[in-house]
Design a protein around this ligand. Structure first.
Ligand code: NG6
Ligand code: CA
Length: 503
């Protein structure tokens, strides 16, 4: 072979090698799966102390991963927590509150998001499950292409429950379109007043599987009355009891199709939010009624994912983060026996409050990270916040966040991977007021507005007072003794720190 040719071949080989190397570098990092339960409390799974419901699959993650005892979602309700998880920005900056089912998209396209950042890192990204971050720009045409939505925020694939299962429309949206929609039976949605002639919870309570409060007594779909009115889309409507099976199939398909490339799956479960309608495989498996049964069902969903990873041989290349979006609630609008059958089960363990509450149970979440072969099993008491996942996963995948992106997110990768126990010094908890943790001190800002009536009826202590509250969680994890008067200097310091965050 001529010398010139030989040189050309060597150069070509080097170039090929360089391309492969850069590819590999751009795609370094494990697959990432966020398993995100809805309204699951700190004490609702076995590895956090539950005995009335068995959760072997979640417990297995904990036994082989890091189980966190002081990890928090950012807020005590869903939309605010999710907005922070996906953007690394506190929800109060976005004025985020629980959204109706026809609300516009809360996150502006162009915002740096967790899926968008991972796309940059070479990941294929998907959201499968509950969205609840709004869709479109104002008026949504459910019969056309619905955008902007998850696909404009960095998800390559989306298969979502638009808001919650207790809100209309009760249809899935896949990549911006409602699957199985018959154009001759178009969907209309209203939160302003009744539309169409379909029965409602108030007009036809005899059709209901579960009785509901007034807010949840609008259009009846599948024997369950919802918040909001809808007509049409009959063929596209979900069957509540089958939702976990549908999502499970979609999630498994996504994993199987992307097993050879880095993928990010954000898998927000509808469980264990109301209406709690377990599949027949799970109905009656616990003594707690439907609330316990949908926890068991959720555990099955977790097991389906982990078993698939094992069978595909990719478990050791996949980081799983398991957590929840806000604290537990028993009665959240439907008579599903959660109260009556609770029988001593402690959804929040020793912590006070729950969903909607400024007390610890509002945001302290069962939280587990699992990455066999990389994460050493253990328990971590590090003070941690889901707002930090954006910066932490950017660090994991070698991404530099643009200036100003995810402004509240800090790189805590070593904490998430169990290599460091050095958690946050300060941690914000959002509810109907703001609370700030400094290590084991907890300050709850005074709230001038009276507690809303509907919240009073919840049997959950919202934690709202017109005076500052201070708790020493080391001595008083159940937040029973307000020691603000004994420690005015700590109250002052925490108030000042909170004001700095708000600025
Ligand atoms: C509340 C609903 C509650 C639940 C919650 C959202 C009433 C009285 N209550 O407004 O049932 O849907 O919104 O839950 O309407 S979350 O987990 O998505 O934040
Ligand atoms: Ca929730």
């Amino acid at each position: 072979m001529e010398r010139k040719n030989k040189g050309a071949i060597i150069l070509l080989l080097l170039a090929l090698f360089a391309v492969r190397w850069t590819d590999a570098a751009a795609q370094s990092g494990p697959n990432i799966i966020i398993l995100y339960a809805d309204d699951l409390g700190y004490g609702d799974v076995g590895c956090y102390g539950a005995s009335a419901v068995k959760t072997p699959n979640v417990d297995r993650l904990a036994a082989k991963g890091v189980r966190f005892t002081d990890a928090h979602c950012t807020a005590a309700t869903c939309t605010p927590s999710r907005v922070s998880l996906l953007t690394g920005i506190y929800a109060f900056r976005k004025k985020a509150a629980v959204l109706p089912g026809d609300a516009p998209l809360l996150i502006q396209p162009g915002t740096v998001t967790l899926p968008g950042m991972l796309q940059q890192a070479g990941y294929t990204t998907a959201v499968i499950g509950k969205w609840h971050l709004g869709l479109g720009n104002g008026v949504i045409d459910w019969n056309g292409h619905i955008a902007p939505g998850p696909n404009q925020l960095g998800f390559d694939y989306s298969f979502i429950i638009p808001a919650t299962t207790d809100r209309v429309p009760t249809v899935f949206v896949e990549n911006g379109s409602v699957p199985n929609l018959d154009p001759k039976d178009p969907i209309a949605v209203s939160y302003a007043g009744k539309i169409g002639n379909e029965p409602t919870g108030l007009s036809d309570p005899q059709l209901l599987k579960q009785r509901a409060d007034t807010q949840h007594s609008n259009t009846i779909v599948n024997g369950i009355s919802r918040i909001g009115f809808m007509t049409g889309g009959k063929q596209a409507r979900w069957i509540d009891e089958d939702i976990p099976l549908v999502l499970n199939d979609k999630a498994k398909d996504f994993i199987i199709h992307h097993k050879n490339q880095p993928f990010f799956l954000y898998y927000p479960f509808p469980n264990i939010h109301v209406p709690r309608a377990p599949n027949k495989r799970f109905a009656g498996v616990t003594k707690l009624g439907p609330r316990g049964d949908v926890i068991a069902e959720m555990d099955w969903m977790v097991g389906e994912v982990t078993q698939l990873l094992d069978s595909l041989g990719i478990a050791e290349n996949t980081l799983i983060i398991f957590s929840s979006d806000n604290g537990p609630v028993l009665n959240d609008g439907y008579e599903d026996l959660a109260d009556k059958r609770n029988n001593g089960h402690q959804p929040a363990r020793i912590f006070r409050g729950g969903k909607y509450s400024a007390f610890e149970a509002g945001t302290r979440m069962p939280t587990i990270t699992y990455w066999p072969g990389t994460i050493k099993p253990g328990v971590s008491a590090a003070l941690s916040s889901q707002v930090d996942l954006l910066a932490s996963l950017a660090a994991l995948t070698g991404q530099q966040l643009p200036a100003g992106a995810g402004q509240d997110s800090r790189n805590a990768l070593d904490v998430w991977l169990g290599r460091s126990k050095q958690g946050r010094t300060y941690l914000l908890e959002e509810s109907y007021t703001l609370s700030l943790r400094r290590h084991m001190w907890k300050y709850i800002a005074p709230q001038e507005n009276p507690v809303p009536e509907w919240l009073k009826n919840k049997k959950i202590e919202p934690g709202l007072e017109q005076v500052p509250q201070l708790y020493d969680l080391k001595k008083d994890p159940g937040e029973k003794h307000n020691v603000a008067d004994q420690h005015p200097e700590i109250v002052k310091a925490l108030k000042a720190e909170l004001e700095k965050i708000i600025l």
